[in-house]
Design a protein around this ligand. Sequence first.
Ligand SMILES: Nc1ncnc2c1ncn2[C@@H]1O[C@H](COP(=O)(O)OP(=O)(O)OP(=O)(O)O)[C@@H](O)[C@H]1O
Length: 234
Amino acid sequence: MYIQAKEIEKRINGRIIINKMDIAIRQQEILAIIGPNGAGKTTALELLLGLQTADSGKVHYWSDDYKKHLGVQLQSVPFFPGLSAIENLKLFAAFYKQVIATNEALAMLNKCGLRDSAYTEAGKLSGGQQKRLAIAAALAHQPELLVLDEPSAALDPRARQDIHQLIQLLHNEGNTVVFTSHDMDEVQRLAHRIIMVVQGDIVAQGTPEELCREHRVASLEHLYLKLSAKEETA
Ligand SMILES: Nc1ncnc2c1ncn2[C@@H]1O[C@H](COP(=O)(O)OP(=O)(O)OP(=O)(O)O)[C@@H](O)[C@H]1O
């Protein structure tokens, strides 16, 4: 087990955002966290990663210095203005006290489909390219665990496919990948295991096949629609 949270709870302004959740990330899996907008996916991830503190409950990590081995791409992309893609990448690595040579940085950008944009100012890249750069930045210190919050949102189909291939490649290289998504085809294609969150509760978890069998649905799209109906009736 990489990270295991027991009964974590988070309230914001008195409202329960995460409701006594037990959640785990296992080594070398591709885990998808799904659920409606505002369900608590990002908050749950941030609690798991230690980016927010739970009001109660406990989170156990596989290593005391786990943050060094963690790469995170959150939805907002904090690039340094005026700096090129490659300069941003080197700076992100430097935060982890790693110096990456230009050829290594170029290889990393190449892996993320950004070889031709290496010297373009980060702020001038397209939305899709910025998303790839955010993923490259999360990879800059060569983490074992990569957490991607909606990595393919707002990307064109080809860019989305590139991100899928990148996730597969990272997994094949031995990384653990956790991602959130609203695209059930993408989740079906990539995820070994799925956790579905609705209104701060885990309403389902398992492999795509287990979940479809257990809930007697033909696809993850149907599962999603069935289980998120709880939200409308709540
Ligand atoms: N700092 C904050 N202040 C007030 N409310 C917050 C804050 N952070 C999160 N919330 C609320 O907590 C709930 C869960 O938010 P969260 O971002 O975790 O959802 P999500 O499942 O990731 O949504 P999405 O799919 O839209 O990204 C939402 O209702 C959100 O408005």
